[in-house]
Ligand binder design. Structure first.
Ligand code: UDX
Length: 421
């Protein structure tokens, strides 16, 4: 099939385009960023994803991945543009509206019946009440007859997005009309995982409920971890024990300084905001967010006053194998340390360039060891594998002895003070 992806150099759009192109579909990446599109044509990935460069080279050689700045005739037009948070936690649908207008005015002159697929994370009701009316009014056509409408959420994790796209647990197809649902089901016919067909709003809600549940699971294990720390119980033994209940499963039970990233914080806040707009007070979701934020405070309180001291911050990215620092615990923690008048020396294998855009004036070391050499205290905020190799000798070079782990990663003999362990 011929698939036009709007927002094609963004994280979701690019990985989705690569995935479909690797399955021999004809993919056209559309984006406003002509520089990134040119880079794609030359084999340069606009986002960092393991395995992406190899697949990009292959599909460029095969000739079934191209780029464009306007939407060409296609069987499927897929929206993968961003929906950033508003101050009240709701989602900003400006890009969704703009793209819907562009799609409407584009298909106005077509005599085919394309299917519009919303893959952007949008709150329940958005596809029906925002995308549909705008496309109809700008095209003069009718959803369900002149064009189809589907909501197909993504469940991609940064750093493993291609693997997640090609090996989904499930494929969720929210359909406005059966023909569209059938077409998109055909698109995914040779993918693994369970294919589920449902309504547009249910598909939109499945995405939010999924991320909100995972965030809740993390805040839950952090609550238990905070208590276990007081009781002298090893939280990871408890996590291992409850994970044996197949209704719980072992994933997302690592306690620590809490979740970050561009999705969990944004999606939980958007769901809570939607609830409030509909007269429902989401007390559980509010506490999931509050507890997550408190983990950062907990670590800073454990560290104690650092005015005039130097603190080594090992790990800046919101998780390993990415350079992404969005909503990373490191941002709140470094911000507080700087406000206290501490001197911060930071190290991260990949995320120092991105963190320099946030904190240009703190110190950055070239290695973890270098960061430790002049530090009075150390906090570990990202579970990078390389931190497992650090030795007691690396830490004895410090001027002080305080080592607080926000992620359980250091050798046990270093005897760090674990946030929840
Ligand atoms: C997440 C969802 O997993 C993915 O399905 C969705 O499409 C996008 O959001 P991502 O944000 O890339 O993916 O990262 P993920 O690997 O889920 O981790 C999110 C955060 O939770 C990280 O900060 C990580 O450190 C933290 N985390 C994860 C924990 O604190 N404990 C855990 O047990 C697992």
């Amino acid at each position: 099939m011929r698939i036009a992806i709007v927002g094609g150099t963004g994280y979701v759009g690019f990985c989705t385009g690569l995935g479909f192109a690797s399955k021999r579909h004809d993919v056209v990446l559309i984006d406003l960023n002509a520089k990134k599109l040119a880079g794609v044509r030359e084999g340069r990935c606009p986002v960092y994803e393991p395995g992406a460069a190899e697949i990009l080279r292959k599909v460029l050689d095969q000739g079934n991945l191209t780029t464009a700045t306007i939407i060409p005739e296609a069987d499927i037009i897929l929206l993968a543009v961003g929906t950033p948070s508003l101050p009240d936690g709701g989602i900003n649908v400006t890009q969704i509206k703009k793209v819907s207008e562009t799609i409407g005015s584009t298909i106005k002159t077509w005599n085919t019946s394309p299917v519009i697929v919303v893959k952007s994370t949008v709150v329940p009701g958005t596809t029906e009440t925002v995308v549909k009316p705008i496309v109809e009014s700008t095209s003069g056509k009718h959803a369900g007859t002149d064009f189809g409408l589907v909501m197909n959420p993504e469940f991609l994790r940064e750093g493993v997005a291609l693997k997640d796209f090609l090996n989904p647990d499930r494929i969720v197809i929210g359909e406005y009309d059966k023909r569209s649902g059938d077409l998109v089901a055909t698109l995914y016919k040779d993918f693994p995982g369970t294919l589920m067909r449902t309504s547009l709003a249910a598909a939109e809600m499945i995405k939010y409920a999924n991320n909100a549940f995972l965030a809740t699971k993390i805040s839950f294990i952090n609550e238990i971890g905070n208590l276990c720390k007081r009781l002298g119980i090893d939280i990871d033994e408890v996590a291992k024990g409850i994970a044996l209940d197949k209704r719980i499963a072992p994933h997302f039970l690592q306690s620590g300084v809490g979740y970050g990233g561009s999705c969990f914080p944004k999606d939980v806040a958007a769901l809570a905001s939607l609830a409030k707009q509909n007269g429902y007070e989401p007390k559980l979701l509010n506490e999931v967010m509050a507890l997550n934020k408190r983990q950062r405070r907990l670590l800073l309180d454990r560290l104690g006053p650092m005015k005039g001291k130097r603190v080594a911050v090992l790990g800046l990215a919101f998780k390993p194998n990415t350079d992404d620092v969005r909503e990373s615990p490191a941002i709140d923690i470094i911000g507080d340390l700087v406000n206290q008048g501490a001197s911060v020396v930071a190290y991260d294998p990949q995320a120092m360039i991105t963190m320099k855009q946030v904190f240009p004036n703190i110190l950055y070391a070239q290695t973890a060891k270098e960061a430790l050499q002049t530090a009075d205290a150390c906090v570990v905020l990202t579970d990078w594998n390389e931190f497992k190799e650090l030795t007691i000798e690396d830490f004895t070079q410090m001027h002080g002895t305080q080592i607080i782990e926000g992620r359980r990663i250091l050798k046990p003999e270093i005897n760090a003070d674990g946030l929840c362990w």
